[in-house]
Ligand binder design. Structure first.
Ligand SMILES: [Zn+2]
Length: 288
């Protein structure tokens, strides 16, 4: 009968866990430490206990990198026309509409210009919390325009990516964005302007296989997953077991695919240092 007496105790424990008010505490998915939400947010969603970097919403990423009240967003009103009238049990059009109501954003990307330690920069942020940060026609077009505008103002570009890859709801049109964004990077490079790519967790699929790996400097956040196909797909295809740290930022650093791993709290200083080396003095002027 011992198990009968143990069962209520377990139920009690689980109801105690549920009693923690939501929104006050956060539980670190890596070390299970319970952290006050305010402390967690002030630490830019990095666990103060183990340093785990949680995913950061796009707006908070802009705040992290750009000087206060200097960011001006570009092209925020571009939205997808759902060209394939895609439906996977729920229509793509409905998904977009719901996300718009929830976030007041038409798509997974924020692009614009602002000052980084007083230096004008073009910034793009791909936000995983918006449909997995997937790259469809809107994301691709906003990246293209970001590079074009930054080029006309002689500004460097920083792209911060957190994405599952191309957006299946837009089929081939989303795959075309890979070539389009790569062409935009090439034009920027031909104009002699720097591009710094920051890869966050996760940067995978068509985003990792296009512009995100083409930075003059490729930075990554600690322990970010970065890769093209998923681990299981590769293991099944090559019939080999992959190393435990395969497709982590650390693995890519060791194999020359990433130039530096930078903690979130140090990212702004690091980018500022790099830009002070990469930018010519005439690029420091305010946009005309
Ligand atoms: Zn932790």
């Amino acid at each position: 009968m011992g198990w009968l007496s143990r069962e209520p105790a377990r139920l009690q424990e689980s109801s105690e866990k549920k009693a923690i008010p939501s929104g006050v505490w956060e539980k670190c998915p890596s070390c299970n430490e319970i952290v006050l939400t305010t402390d967690f947010e002030e630490n830019h969603r990095v666990c103060p206990s183990c340093g785990f970097h949680s995913r950061l919403p796009g707006e908070e990423r802009v705040e992290l990198l750009i000087d206060r009240e200097t960011f001006y967003e570009w092209d925020h009103d571009i939205s997808s026309t759902d060209p394939l009238e895609f439906n996977d049990g729920r229509s793509y059009h409905d998904r977009l509409k719901t996300l718009w109501k929830k976030t007041k954003r038409y798509d997974a990307i924020i692009t614009g210009a602002g000052l980084l330690e007083g230096r004008p920069v073009g910034l793009g942020v791909l936000d995983f919390t918006w449909m997995g940060g997937s790259m469809g026609t809107v994301v691709g077009e906003r990246i293209r325009r970001l590079f074009a505008r930054a080029r006309s103002h002689r500004m460097p570009v920083i792209m911060v990516s957190s994405s599952g890859g191309a957006r299946m709801h837009e089929g081939l049109l989303s795959l075309m964005q890979m070539a389009k964004t790569c062409a935009a990077v090439a034009q920027h490079r031909d104009a002699g302007l720097p591009f710094i790519s920051v890869m966050c967790d996760p940067t995978t699929g068509g985003v990792a296989a296009s512009y995100a790996m083409l930075g003059d400097i490729n930075l990554a956040e600690p322990r970010a997953t970065i890769g093209f196909a998923g681990r299981r797909v590769i293991e099944t295809t090559i019939r080999q077991k992959l190393p435990d740290d395969f497709q982590t930022a650390e693995f890519l650093l060791n194999h020359g695919m990433v130039d530096r791993i930078v903690k979130r709290q140090e990212m702004k200083d690091e980018i500022n240092n790099l830009l002070s080396i990469l930018c010519e003095p005439q690029d420091l002027t305010q946009p005309k």
